[in-house]
Design a protein around this ligand. Structure first.
Ligand code: 5GP
Ligand code: ZN
Length: 134
């Protein structure tokens, strides 16, 4: 997409520090890292979010995340990982081209886990929510 910063990276118009690349995905170091080796993995076809990925792209992205993690594992040997993506404005997504964040984690790095992203369940019980899904 013309004005998409990540499409420009794929096109080579903006440089990147590549961690892993194949025909379908590019993984590169985040320019404002929140962890040592903070990497983002993007499909080479513009897709705004996870719902926009067809079955084939889903597989390519999943494989690309694993490949990038293997590379990070080999190079940095972190003690753990947090992996996920921000989706939509409410989810904190700023770049509208799906990117899976890989945060390598290290003992004593001071970070939290996924549960530290939000803690606001409102008044509805888990049981009430379960009725919506049945
Ligand atoms: P979001 O909040 O959309 O999930 O995160 C976007 C991420 O992309 C941010 O972590 C930001 O640092 C990263 N980013 C934005 N522009 C660039 C860029 O031009 N190069 C690289 N390597 N990362 C970028
Ligand atoms: Zn794009």
């Amino acid at each position: 997409m013309k004005d998409c910063i990540f499409c420009k990276i794929i096109a080579g118009d903006i440089p990147n520090y590549t961690v892993y690349e194949d025909d379908h995905v590019l993984a590169f170091l985040d320019i404002h890292p929140r962890a040592k080796g903070h990497t983002v993995v993007i499909p080479k076809i513009h897709a705004e979010n996870y719902f926009d990925l067809n079955e084939e792209l889903l597989e390519h992205v999943a494989r690309g995340v694993r490949k990038a993690m293997e590379k990070i594992e080999h190079v940095l040997s972190p003690d753990g990982y947090n992996v996920g993506w921000n989706q939509g404005e409410a989810g904190g997504q700023e770049v509208p081209h799906l990117h899976v964040h890989i945060f390598p984690r290290y003992e004593g790095d001071g970070g939290g886990n996924m549960h530290s992203i939000v803690n606001n369940t409102g008044d509805t019980s888990v049981e009430e929510f379960s009725k919506l899904f049945s």
